[in-house]
Design a binder for this molecule. Structure first.
Ligand SMILES: Cc1ncc(COP(=O)(O)O)c(C=O)c1O
Length: 371
């Protein structure tokens, strides 16, 4: 199976990252329409702002829902207008967003939908893969994604007009020289070895340093390397195993943690399957979350807090921060903890995390910190 056969899309283009994929799409849409605004959720990968600006477009944020952890449909309705070029629904953490609702709103405004399935490869809605519902969709194969080739991104579409414009952008992307391609191949092999459980425990601190923690200010764009494409094809042969593991780990955490007072889990979209990129837990209390974050990481299992702020507090997009136009995104960013669900996790390790969270909640620690 390949991405093309998996998505059943006519056109499929591979680049060095999800960011480049998004950039190429935006440049293509810009050539088709004179509209200039791009709507995205206020809590998502902040780096999405860079391709929007680089394409000469204006990012417009909408709030997220504290129930679904995804873009809030009511907030989207408020910020869409006649100048909206596209809506960018993001399936955060591998949780499918309601694409029916998004497509209906887009139709009313004759706006494109660019579906960000960077973190949700493998997740489905009504048995269809996320990424195929919008006018155009994209995936990421970066480190930590559901299927990784160290880096990489892919665009899928059936829309002839968009494909034609994408083709023009895509063919102008540079190809890397031999040295750079060899370096990528070496890093990919090294990472594949390092993330195996035996080595990961030893190399954990070194690998953590490889993860991007600083704010991006620009990004490189080039064509995906043949070596990565080969590894990607081989990996895709095992994709269902990888996706099932991620799903099972998320489902286990969901069953063990649902209904507990002091934390919130996402409301899952009906008729959808989430392939958890990581498992999101929203804590009612910020300090309690910090304590549990430390406790979990002391066991050697790496939970993360992801982005410490929503996008409007990271990049200056002209929003009035005192009035906070996106309070849910701000609340969410401070109280989110992500539990790893990758295939090298297992029920034993997840049970340790569940115990730490349950013990913490039982001790009433979270109430003590409430103001
Ligand atoms: C939701 C989302 N969209 C887009 C991207 C960008 O993908 P890449 O890292 O491959 O550039 C990311 C990366 O973290 C992401 O999480």
């Amino acid at each position: 199976m390949t991405i093309k056969s998996y998505t059943n899309k006519k056109y499929c283009y591979f680049a060095n990252s999800g960011t480049t994929a998004f950039y190429v799409i935006l440049k293509a849409l810009r050539r088709i329409s004179k509209k200039t605004e791009v709507i995205l959720p206020a809590y998502t990968a902040p780096s999405l702002i860079l391709p929007i600006k680089k394409a000469g477009l204006k990012p417009v944020l909408c709030d997220i829902s504290l129930k679904t952890f995804n873009m809030d449909i009511k907030s989207l309705n408020k910020c869409i207008n006649e100048n909206t070029l596209c809506i960018v629904p993001v399936h955060m953490f591998g949780l499918p967003i309601d694409m029916d609702a998004i497509m209906k709103i887009a139709q009313q405004y004759s706006t494109f939908v660019v579906e960000d399935a960077a973190s949700s490869l493998g997740a489905t809605i009504n048995s269809q893969p996320t990424g195929v519902f919008g006018d155009v969709g994209f995936y990421s194969f970066n480190r930590g994604k559901n299927l990784s080739t160290l880096s990489g991104g892919c665009i899928v579409t059936d829309n002839e007009e968009i494909a034609k414009e994408i083709e023009l952008e895509y063919t102008s992307l540079p190809k890397l020289g031999l040295n750079a391609r060899l370096k990528i191949a070496a890093r990919l092999i090294a990472l594949a070895v390092a993330v195996r459980p035996l080595f990961y425990t030893i190399l954990y601190k070194k690998i953590s340093k490889l993860k991007h923690t600083t704010l991006h200010t620009d990004f490189d764009s080039f064509i995906y390397t043949n070596f990565q494409a080969g590894v990607g094809c081989a990996l895709f042969g095992h994709a269902s195993k990888i996706f099932n593991k991620r799903y099972d780990h998320g489902a286990f955490l969901f069953d063990m943690l649902k209904g507990l007072k002091g934390i919130m889990l996402p409301k899952l979209l009906p008729h959808s399957v989430s392939v958890f990129n990581q498992f999101p837990i929203l804590f009612g209390n910020e300090e309690f979350k910090e304590i549990l974050y430390k406790k979990i990481n002391e066991t050697g299992i790496e939970s993360t807090k992801l982005y410490p702020d929503p996008i409007h507090r990271i990049y200056n997009l002209g929003y009035d921060l005192d009035k906070d136009p996106f309070p849910n995104a701000t609340y969410f960013s401070r109280r989110l903890l992500l539990i790893p669900t990758h295939p090298f996790m297992d029920i034993e390790k997840l049970s340790i995390i569940v115990k730490i969270i349950k013990d913490g909640l039982l001790s009433g620690m979270h109430v003590r910190y409430d103001t």
